[in-house]
Structures are given as structure tokens and as C-alpha cells.
Design a protein around this ligand. Sequence first.
Ligand SMILES: Nc1nc2c(c(=O)[nH]1)N[C@@H](CN(C=O)c1ccc(C(=O)N[C@@H](CCC(=O)O)C(=O)O)cc1)CN2
Length: 299
Amino acid sequence: MSGKLIDGKAFSERVRARVADAVSGMASAGVVPGLAVVLVGEDPASQVYVRSKGKRTVEAGMRSFEHRLPATASQAELLAMVEQLNADPQVHGILVQLPLPSQIDSAAVIGAIDPAKDVDGFHPVNAGLLATGQDALVPCTPLGCLLLLRDHLGDLSGADAVVIGRSNIVGKPMAQLLLRDSCTVTVAHSRTRDLAATVRRADIVIAAVGRPEMVTGDWVRPGATVIDVGINRVPNPAKGGDSTRLVGDCDFDSCAAVAGAITPVPGGVGPMTIACLLANTAVAAARAHGLDVPEDLTA
Ligand SMILES: Nc1nc2c(c(=O)[nH]1)N[C@@H](CN(C=O)c1ccc(C(=O)N[C@@H](CCC(=O)O)C(=O)O)cc1)CN2
């Protein structure tokens, strides 16, 4: 590869160390941040992520509360659990692991979380605060991408950024964050005409479209910075049987040959998502108790 590898795993360790510092600083005020994670059902990937969140929360010196509901749980049961967590003073952050089973309306559940405890940053109040340039809890994956970009490029102002994907969880908040850092932002998606030509104009490419290896090297402007948000499990014929491997939304080898820098999958954006979740929990706890919000943990 000719492009530089952006090591999200190493950077996420530094972010988690900063969170742990901030958390130990809060102890003198008698504050221990607490994160509650709710898992509905038994999706294997979600179980792995929830376990990892609990482990990292405790490592950072915070309290971890894990709640599980069966895959058959009703929306009313989940809403009752959210209400209970909203009222719990030991809980500063609430995260309901997505995706939820089909009988549950995700938007209704997200909308029931107290915005001050919404460490996913998905509540419409936080989305609105972000869009209007006010202090918000910012979705963890786009926040992680922004921190990686700033660390790699420094000042982003004036850069042409293309975000591929318009989800509420990644694409839209990512575009808002890049705008806030004075980038010129294009949000592209599956219906964008000549997507390759649009991407080729970009200094910064954020691929968050959920299609394995869709972005190829001929789409990338030489020297561009490529952030691959995709986490797709695909068959691995090289190993045979039922074996699988993880790939991003970018075809790594061809993109890396052209890009100035690129995140790998795994080991790029994924680990930053959990590090930023811990950062948001520390920020939510500081705000709840009127403590100084650690500046290096916010966007
Ligand atoms: N409520 C939420 N649900 C989901 C979110 C979210 O931010 N909030 N994001 C994803 C899943 N996710 C966290 O929940 C997540 C995904 C991936 C990783 C990660 O570290 N991935 C590793 C690879 C792991 C593997 O081997 O499978 C990597 O990329 O290096 C962390 C968190 C959907 N749900």
C-alpha cells in the first residue's frame, strides 16, 4: 500500500486513557459516571459489542449496568425499562443497542431516552442541537471519525468532504460535524448520479453506506483521506467452509494504493465508537453534576 494506515485501535486507546483521567478527576466531587446498556434479543454481533462496552466502561473507572430483554419483549416493556433508567441517579448514560427486533419502533424508544442521558446522541433534541451548532451529545461513530481526521490532518477547514450514506446514526451527523469544522460537505447516497465522479472530487471520503467493498481505488482522488465506517461480514472462500471475514465499504487494497491515508477494517473506526461512547458518558456525568466538561472529550 502507498497510503498511510490510520490506526483507530491505537488512537482509541489514547481516547480511553483520556476518559479514565477525566473520570478519576470526578471522583473528588464524589461522582462516578454510570453507563446503562440495554440489549434486546440475542443477535451475536450485538452481544459482542455490549460485552465489550461493559468491559471498557469498567476499565475507565465507570459503573456499568447491563440489562437484557428477550427477543420477544414488547415495546411497552422496553419503554418501561428506559423510564426506570431515566429516573436512576446512578445512570448518566443510556444506550439501547441497535438493531431492535421488528416489533419495536426504534424511533419511539430513542425518543423516550432523557436527552441529557442519550450518550448515543440519537435523540432528536441532540440531533437538533448538533445541527444548530450547540453543545450536544454527538453520535459515537461520526465523533470517532472526526477525531481520527483531526488527528491525521489537523485543521479540516476548506477541505472537500464527501459522506457516502445518509443514515441518522452516521451519515447525517457526520455531515454536520464536518460542516462545523468548515469543510465543504456533499452527502451522497445510493441514488446519487455518477457517485464515482462525486467521490473523486473529495479530499476526505467517509464511506458509510453498508455495502461491502463498494468504493474502489478508481473512485478515490490521489492523496485523499479515506475513512471506512463499514463493518460487513462476508464469506471467506480462502478459508473454506462457513468461514467469514470482515470487510469495510471500501475495497482496501485498491483504495490504499491511491489514498493519502485510510482506516482499516477491522481496527479503524470500530474501536473509536466504543471509546467515544465512554467519552460521552463522562461528559453527560460532568454536565449532570455541574462539573467542568473535559474539553478534550467533546467535538
Ligand atoms: N445503540 C447503538 N447501536 C449500534 C451502534 C451504536 O453506535 N449505538 N453501532 C453499531 C455497533 N457498534 C456499537 O454498538 C460497534 C460496532 C463495531 C465495533 C468494533 O469495534 N468493531 C471492530 C471489529 C469487531 C468484530 O470483529 O466484529 C473493528 O471495527 O475493529 C464496535 C462497536 C451498531 N449498533
